[in-house]
Design a protein around this ligand. Structure first.
Ligand SMILES: NC(=O)c1ccc[n+]([C@@H]2O[C@H](COP(=O)([O-])OP(=O)(O)OC[C@H]3O[C@@H](n4cnc5c(N)ncnc54)[C@H](OP(=O)(O)O)[C@@H]3O)[C@@H](O)[C@H]2O)c1
Length: 315
């Protein structure tokens, strides 16, 4: 009798671009796994253009915001192949906006995509993994899950939430033989900064854009793009890290995926907290001049601005 080899079923979200696309390309060539790459309806064409269904590789529509879409996708996989053994929560979006410019709707979209959606998928696959006594949950997090940056509060909050939940899940799943891993990339050399989401007031071409935060946007946007371009790490490198986790018997909870992720981990550990923030603030481009003409803080600059406004009103 021929013995059938165990071929883990891997589900990857957000495979139309960036890291997800690199993961799709990688697993397309690995017939030892059965891989399902997913995309939202509008991006399915991108997947179909780049890949052909194979015995070990298929493409499915999945919008992680929609619980029906999640359940239908899992149902189709169950019918044809079985239950998911390895879930790779990669899909994510990133808002570029200061806190004051975010609407509740924006906040919700950010959290739904990067936190509620992935958690929904996790809940749907855990039961079968528990019953089998094995499985892997791999969440693509970010350095923003350990350190926040101005104009990225909501994104950072979503990744902190994902990190917190994954940490708790690690404890909960350990007795059941299910591994939980957070892949933590910092800046990746990719075009993903073009996929940035903006709030109404943070749009680069918005009338309202800016004041009193225009300095923040004008400096942080190009700064982040530059760091991404300078990064040595490509989406393919991150995909290789994910493969390492897939292959490893007992992968760790945290896997830094770029050099800056390792650097920031140690900076956070070594520097006293009271120094960390002012030092990082100092290194942000032109940060000393941010909101210079808009601040009313209790120092010479603020008082001077106050006086100027008073004089304008009086004249
Ligand atoms: N790029 C970086 O420098 C960087 C750094 C740290 C962490 N990360 C993390 O790495 C992961 C991948 O990022 P990336 O840079 O590869 O981003 P990306 O190129 O913008 O790709 C994001 C993917 O998520 C999908 N997506 C968005 N909303 C979705 C939804 N509601 N349902 C299903 N799919 C959805 C997008 O699909 P559509 O085509 O349908 O929009 C796209 O395929 C994210 O979790 C991100 O936070 C990225």
């Amino acid at each position: 009798m021929q013995k059938t080899r165990y071929k883990p079923i891997i589900l990857i979200t957000g495979a139309s671009s960036g890291v997800g696309r690199a993961l799709a390309e990688l697993f397309y060539e690995l017939p030892q796994y059965r891989t399902i790459v997913t995309a939202r309806r509008l991006s399915m064409a991108v997947l179909r253009k780049n890949f052909e269904p194979k015995e070990h590789f298929r493409m499915e529509e999945l919008d992680i915001l929609n619980s029906t879409s999640r359940e239908q996708c899992l149902q189709r996989i169950r019918q044809d192949w079985g239950d998911v053994d390895i879930l790779i929560n990669n899909a994510g979006i990133c808002f570029r906006s200061v806190v004051e410019h975010m609407s509740e709707k924006d906040e919700l979209l950010q959290m739904q995509t990067n936190y509620f959606g992935p958690l929904g998928l996790i809940r749907s696959v855990l039961g079968a993994m528990r019953e089998k006594g094995r499985g892997k949950i791999i969440n693509i997090s970010s350095v923003s899950g350990m350190l926040a940056m101005p104009t990225m509060a909501s994104y950072s909050a979503s990744k902190h939430a994902l990190e917190g939940a994954s940490e708790a899940l690690w404890y909960e799943m350990r007795p059941f033989g299910i591994n939980v891993t957070l892949i933590q990339p910092g800046f990746i050399n990719s075009n993903s900064f073009q996929n940035i989401y903006y709030s109404q007031s943070s749009q680069p071409d918005s009338q309202e854009n800016g004041e009193p935060y225009s300095d923040y946007y004008q400096n942080m946007g190009p700064f982040i793009e530059k760091l991404m371009r300078l990064s040595w790490t490509t989406p393919q490198d991150v995909a290789q890290k994910v493969l390492w986790v897939v292959q490893k018997e007992n992968p760790p909870l945290w896997v830094p995926a770029t050099a800056d992720a390792i650097l920031f981990y140690y900076i956070r550990r070594i520097l006293p907290r009271r120094w960390l923030m002012p030092i990082l603030f100092f290194f942000l481009p032109n940060s000393k001049k941010w909101a210079f003409h808009h601040t009313f803080r209790r120092d010479a600059v603020g008082l001077q601005n106050r006086e100027q406004i008073k004089r304008k009103k009086a004249s």
